[in-house]
Design a protein around this ligand. Structure first.
Ligand code: FDA
Length: 399
């Protein structure tokens, strides 16, 4: 069987793998970049509604979930949002900040994939798409990756095959199989940034599918003020996706429908509009159908002036802390990312290399580092890909 030799084999041509192959190639390494998909960067192409939320200027270790909360700090500090912005600017890709530090292309996510593909020096990087990995072995400090009819051999193997979220796009748990093969531990993977399902009998909102409202959503210590969307199966929208990453089965989440409004709202409303009904007053803050459903559930359909202040305080407290107990999530099929993954305690935070398996690197979503919604996950893909590329360069320098 034909054998080809490289400095590193990168498995997965998503955000992390493309960045790693580009940077390592520019440092002079001979790289093989492999993906089973027929196109690179498929998730980049669909991201951000087709405009790719390519980074977040607020990215820092605290905006990521991990069993090992400080792990992401080193890589994030050595490849910052500004570094990626400088790259995007060099390619004259127009962008804008949408909200909360989230940067999007003005045009199309395709520009980001094209930019990364252009960054890959083709004289040093072989790109092999639509390629199935048959077997991986390590012998004499070399990784041997077998494809149909060909074997690639290299002292470094970079696992950048992501997590299993959205399997219909070709996402797999392959990174975990490789991790197990080489004795790396896993933090149980789970769907994150995912809609939550609410059982029928607990649904206040049965008739409200499609209605959105601005809320503060809480799950334990996690608090996000953004939009919440009622779905046919439960709840979605940015506020819910954010808390879903923290949600544990059995836990309740809390929604504050009076977010940003000072305490004592209902008493003031009663004083100024005693004949108004709660639903009418609430409808100045949220969609009418939701206002009506909330006031019916609170059994407050009479004019505000007919209620005691004490009752209004109780109603206001509930509107500020509306407890909902989801029974699950919509799963990997709908999850924007996978939380958990390769245990960071088995990886170097500086190089992303496995401590006990020289030359084996794991980057991107495959690692137990999961960003908030809003460009944080791509920033992790770029930063971890860059860290591994630098380490491969250092290895080359020593060779
Ligand atoms: P990624 O999954 O991108 O790439 C892995 C690659 O490995 C794929 O190309 C896959 O084909 C390949 N692969 C898998 N198994 C393989 C195997 N067995 N053999 C060979 N190749 C294999 N994030 C963000 O920051 N901003 C955003 O706007 C969005 N938007 C968004 C929208 C949607 C709908 C989704 C699903 C996700 C997002 N994300 C996001 C999250 C973001 O897409 C994600 O975190 C990164 O793509 C992760 O990059 P990786 O390179 O680690 O994995």
């Amino acid at each position: 069987m034909k054998e080809k030799h490289y400095d590193a084999i990168v498995l997965g041509a998503g955000g992390a793998g493309l960045m790693c192959a580009a940077v390592a190639g520019q440092f002079g390494a001979r790289i093989l970049l492999v993906d089973h998909a027929d196109k690179p960067g498929k998730k980049i192409l669909i991201s951000g509604g087709g405009r790719c939320n390519f980074t977040n200027v607020e990215a820092r270790a605290e905006t990521y979930l991990s069993d090992n909360p400080h792990f992401a700090r080193s890589a994030l500090s050595r490849y910052r949002p500004d570094d990626f912005i400088a790259l995007v600017d060099r390619y004259e890709i127009a962008w804008h900040e949408k909200t909360l530090g989230q940067l999007f292309c003005d045009g199309s996510a395709r520009q980001i994939v094209d930019m990364l593909m252009t960054e890959i020096p083709r004289d040093r990087v072989d790109v092999s798409l639509g390629t199935t990995v048959r077997e991986i072995a390590r012998r004499d400090d070399r990784y041997r990756v077998q494809f149909d009819g060909e074997t690639a051999v290299a002292p470094a193997l970079v696992v950048a095959t992501g997590g299993p979220s959205i399997p219909k796009m070709g996402a797999t748990g392959f990174a975990y199989d490789i991790a197990r093969q080489f004795g790396l531990r896993l933090v149980t993977p789970r769907p994150a940034l995912v809609p939550l399902t609410v059982p029928h009998e607990r649904r206040l909102f049965d008739t409200l599918a499609g209605v959105a409202a601005h809320v503060t959503a809480r799950c334990g210590a996690a608090v996000f003020e953004e939009a919440c969307l009622v779905t046919h199966r439960g709840l979605s929208g940015p506020a819910i996706l954010q808390v879903s990453s923290y949600w544990q089965p059995g836990e309740a989440i809390s929604l504050n429908f009076l977010s940003g409004h000072a305490a004592g709202q209902l008493r003031s409303a009663k004083a100024s509009q005693p004949k108004a009904r709660l639903a009418t007053w609430l409808a100045t803050l949220m969609p009418e159908r939701l206002a009506k459903a909330l006031s019916q559930n609170l059994e407050m359909t009479a004019p505000l002036g007919t209620f005691r202040d004490r009752d209004l305080d109780v109603a206001e407290a509930r509107l500020r802390d509306w407890q909902i107990r989801p029974d699950g999530t919509e799963g990997f099929a709908k999850a924007e990312v996978t939380a958990g993954g390769v245990n960071t305690r088995d990886l170097s935070s500086r190089t992303m290399m496995a401590a006990s398996v020289p030359g084996l690197y794991v980057i991107g979503e495959a690692v137990d580092v999961t960003g908030w919604l809003g460009g944080y996950n791509f920033q992790w893909a770029w930063a971890s890909g860059f860290a591994a590329a630098r380490a491969i360069e250092e290895q080359l320098g020593k060779a």
